[in-house]
Design a protein around this ligand. Structure first.
Ligand code: AMP
Ligand code: MG
Length: 268
């Protein structure tokens, strides 16, 4: 199954999330998927090692999704084999006063992975056309200009050595209800729920619409968006890992050449 092709949003297309099945598992069985995930994790670590050794390019992975869509879980399960030295996770929260005093990409650009690194965004600059739009935090004229600004920024990143992959973790409204309820019921998960989550859920439709516009306007050849069916966590993990491995394979990082005077190096 070629997830990279199947789950990618074609540039310039009109997105209707209702057309994407959040329960899709591509006819796979959970056990098989878990075995494949294990293989992908191993492969990702090998490719990460080469990317780090090469030290020329970087990979930026963006994770977005409604509350409880599984952003944290994806990081835990898919990135588990990576080397902490060359991998960096950034969670983009409500902007600080310092960040609000700058353009919306200022904090993002600072968090872009350095050459040789894999960077992961748990939420991202897309919040500036999602939560900001849904709650009218800036005028429409400001947020509507951001799609093009984002495309230019991501195009610039690509042209300067940072490959960008963006994943929308797609869950159904029912599945979100189940997951939010378990955060209320399970003491180990209580810390994850706030009254704001219930309020945000009431804006479900507005968020879906904002996502549809962002995914349609900002899926480009160089920085594609993928819609990941995420009701089944095991399928979500497999699909995300597979797409990352395929992108790294395509980047094909190379170990640097040995020094020319290797033969003269005598270790005693
Ligand atoms: P969490 O990811 O659950 O820790 O929550 C982080 C919160 O920060 C979410 O409610 C986001 O919508 C919010 N957030 C992230 N970026 C922005 C932004 N640029 N403007 C306003 N709120 C944001
Ligand atoms: Mg939250």
């Amino acid at each position: 199954m070629n997830f990279t092709k199947k789950l990618c949003i074609s540039p310039g297309s009109k997105v209707r999330l209702a057309d994407w099945d959040a329960n899709d598992t591509a006819d796979l069985k959970k056990d098989d998927a878990q075995e494949l995930l294990g293989r992908n994790i191993t492969r990702m670590a090998e490719l990460e090692y080469r990317l780090y050794a090469e030290g020329q390019r970087s990979l930026l992975i963006v994770l977005q999704g409604m509350d409880a869509a599984g952003k944290d879980g994806t990081i835990r399960h898919v990135m588990t084999g990576l080397n902490p030295q060359s991998c960096r996770v950034t969670a983009l929260k409500v902007p600080s006063a310092e960040e609000r005093g700058r353009d919306f990409l200022w904090r993002i650009h600072k968090a872009v992975p350095a050459r040789g690194e894999i960077g992961l965004f748990n939420r991202s600059h897309y919040e500036d056309v999602l939560v900001v739009r849904v709650h009218n935090l800036v005028p429409k004229s400001v947020w509507s200009a951001r799609y093009e600004q984002i495309n230019q920024f991501e195009g610039f990143l690509n042209a300067t050595g940072t490959r960008v992959l963006k994943f929308f973790l797609h869950i159904s409204k029912d599945e979100q209800r189940r997951r939010l309820l378990s955060r209320v019921d399970d003491p180990a998960k209580n810390w994850k729920i706030t009254p704001a989550d219930a309020a945000e859920r009431r804006c479900w439709k507005e968020y879906q619409r904002a996502y549809e516009d962002a995914l349609g306007a900002c899926s480009t050849k160089t920085a594609p968006w993928f819609v990941i069916p995420a009701n089944k966590k095991w399928f979500r993990n497999l699909a995300v890992s597979q797409i990352i491995v395929e992108a790294l394979e395509e980047m094909d990082p190379r170990l640097p050449k040995p020094p020319p005077d290797l033969a003269q190096i005598v270790i005693k």
